[in-house]
Write a protein that binds this ligand. Structure first.
Ligand SMILES: [Zn+2]
Length: 376
């Protein structure tokens, strides 16, 4: 058996203990103190193998590994926050049952963090030389869009040889992600003219009627499924009472685009919205928040390399693309080869059945270690 895989199997119960500790340290994004405690727990667990520091609210660990690091940096990227509010553990306890680990944040993505920590431990204990500097960056706000941590992520990733995003893989086979759509949002607000709907109807200009036309005749039509562009007016509000022509109305629109070019095209279309009724005015704000992670040649190469590493472990690693975003969108947009979804294998992220396959813990740890050790 592959020595890394053997090591990972032998140390699996210690890995599960760390996963349990991390899951039982609840860390919703909107409770910063709790998220920091979770990061501190991770730092403690790494105290003997990494130098830890905090950078603008994010945890950074630099691993002390065998070999001479003469090449660039490999950055493992993760987040300590979850979508689960404090107290979720009361009804969703950590459990190791039916071949799975269950609990809030176990898949997204506390197991991924613990796996990488163990992968680095394996390299040390087996004295496998590593030619790169290896860092791990764990931010506190991925689930709400990484607004505070984006610049830290970008500054650590810039110029790196590779970024490994420890998000869960796709589906129960754990496919890695080599493409992610870009994500953005627009607010389209219409200002109309209020009037009494009975006495003075004609001097009113309904913002609701105007916005409805904008949505049905323009915005909804921006979706282009063939090209992978989706435009979703997900929230709508406006008006004050039924007997008044609405003076204002607005919609919040989610957009997903496969390429930067598609993002620029949409931007143009939104900015060009003109009122059908000249008495109304339209204000558009927003844009792309996460740039698309496009499957560049570098990303395809990195995937092929990971695929070979997995094959040595008897695993067929597949790739996938997704409409969901991650911090990998930021690093890929810098041109850094990024492999995303290389963390835990399971299902139910953000859902009550969130769980991780126990039988896929060891091969994933071994795969992460192999990639770090053998990347040229
Ligand atoms: Zn995540």
């Amino acid at each position: 058996m592959d020595p890394l895989l053997q090591w990972a199997r032998k140390n699996q119960s210690a890995l599960i203990r760390l996963i349990r500790d991390l899951v039982e340290c609840e860390s919703p994004t909107d409770s910063p103190g709790a998220v920091v405690r979770c990061m501190e727990l991770l730092a403690e667990s790494l105290a003997d193998i990494a130098d830890s520091r905090m950078v603008d609210g994010s945890y950074v660990g630099e691993f002390r590994l065998p070999g001479r690091a003469t090449k660039g940096r490999i950055l493992a990227l993760g987040h300590a926050d979850t979508v689960w509010p404090l107290g979720t553990l009361r009804t969703m306890k950590f459990r190791n049952r039916e071949g799975r680990l269950w609990g809030p944040g176990v898949l997204d993505m506390k197991t991924g963090l613990a796996m990488f920590a163990f992968a680095m431990r394996a390299l040390r204990e087996l004295k496998i030389p590593v030619r790169h500097t290896v860092s791990m960056l764990v931010n506190p706000d991925e689930e709400t869009g990484s607004k505070g941590s984006r610049s830290t992520t970008e500054s650590l990733a810039r110029g790196a040889r590779a970024v490994l995003v420890l998000e869960p893989g796709t589906g129960l086979s754990g496919k890695v992600k080599t493409a992610r759509k870009g994500i953005g949002g627009y607010r389209v607000a219409v200002t109309g003219v209020a009037a009494h709907a009975g006495v003075d109807f004609e001097s009113g200009a309904s913002a609701i009627v105007e916005l409805s036309r904008q949505i049905s005749e323009k915005i909804a039509g921006f979706t282009d499924l063939k090209r992978g562009i989706t435009v979703n007016p997900g929230v709508i509000s406006g008006g004050t009472r039924s007997n008044v022509t609405a003076a204002s109305a607005e919609t919040l629109v989610d957009i997903r685009v496969p390429s930067a070019r598609a993002g620029a095209e949409l931007e143009k279309k939104f900015r060009a919205l003109k009122p059908f009724d000249r008495r109304c005015s339209i204000e558009v704000t927003g844009g792309l928040n996460r740039p698309p992670m496009e499957r560049t040649r570098d990303i395809a190469d990195l995937f092929r390399f990971a695929h070979r590493c997995a094959a040595e472990l008897g695993v067929t690693l597949e790739e996938s693309s997704t409409g969901g975003g991650s911090d990998g969108n930021f690093t890929a947009a810098l041109g850094v080869p990024t492999l995303d979804g290389i963390g835990a294998v399971g299902e139910g992220a953000h859902a009550a059945h969130e769980s991780v396959l126990v039988e896929r813990l060891a091969d994933r740890v071994a795969l992460l270690a192999k990639i770090v050790a053998h990347l040229s």
